[in-house]
Design a protein around this ligand. Structure first.
Ligand SMILES: [Zn+2]
Ligand SMILES: [Zn+2]
Length: 161
């Protein structure tokens, strides 16, 4: 599969000379994007803005995307929808990252949004991923997918609420 690298690298160099309060909105939409090191996203869409503050740049973002996943009950592959809204402050690089919680603005004037998008989207992955709320799961005896078929092992089934 063709992987697109760094489509989310955003040029913010021109913000450096802008007055405090200057901001700009962006929207993105990608049918497929790979975020290093391990996240393949589908139908990524979102909007974000960068605003010039005294310390640096404030990123405010809202994204949604789909990931290939597997249902915890019936084990069928399906695409799980994730969404996230977050803020991140990028400061000019005269302080060390260890001192503060903030990210430092890269010297080359490009911020790679892949990193925060990956971090925040992964927080949205539920522990119990199911393909649909009423998924019937599989029969523990014969392995039949009870969404699609029935079997005679009614007594051995795990009942999900
Ligand atoms: Zn399922
Ligand atoms: Zn069965």
């Amino acid at each position: 599969m063709e992987k697109t690298h760094h489509p989310l690298r955003t040029n913010i160099g021109y913000f450096f000379n802008k007055p405090i309060g200057f901001s700009r909105d962006f929207t993105v939409e990608y049918p497929e994007v790979f975020i290093e090191p391990d996240l393949q996203l589908f139908n990524l869409s979102g909007r974000f803005s960068f605003s010039r503050t005294r310390e640096g740049l404030l990123l405010q973002a809202a994204f949604e995307a789909e990931v290939d996943s597997r249902c915890n009950r019936c084990l069928d592959p399906f695409r799980a929808k994730l969404s996230t809204e977050f803020e991140e402050l990028y400061v000019f690089g005269n302080r060390t990252q260890e001192e503060f919680d903030e990210e430092v603005i890269p010297k080359d004037g490009y911020i790679d949004l892949g990193k925060p998008i990956r971090d925040y989207l992964l927080l949205d992955v539920p522990l119990n991923l199911v393909c649909k709320p009423d998924c019937k799961g599989i029969c523990v005896v014969c392995g039949a997918n009870l969404n699609r078929e029935t079997c005679e092992h009614t007594d051995s089934r795990i009942i999900f609420d």
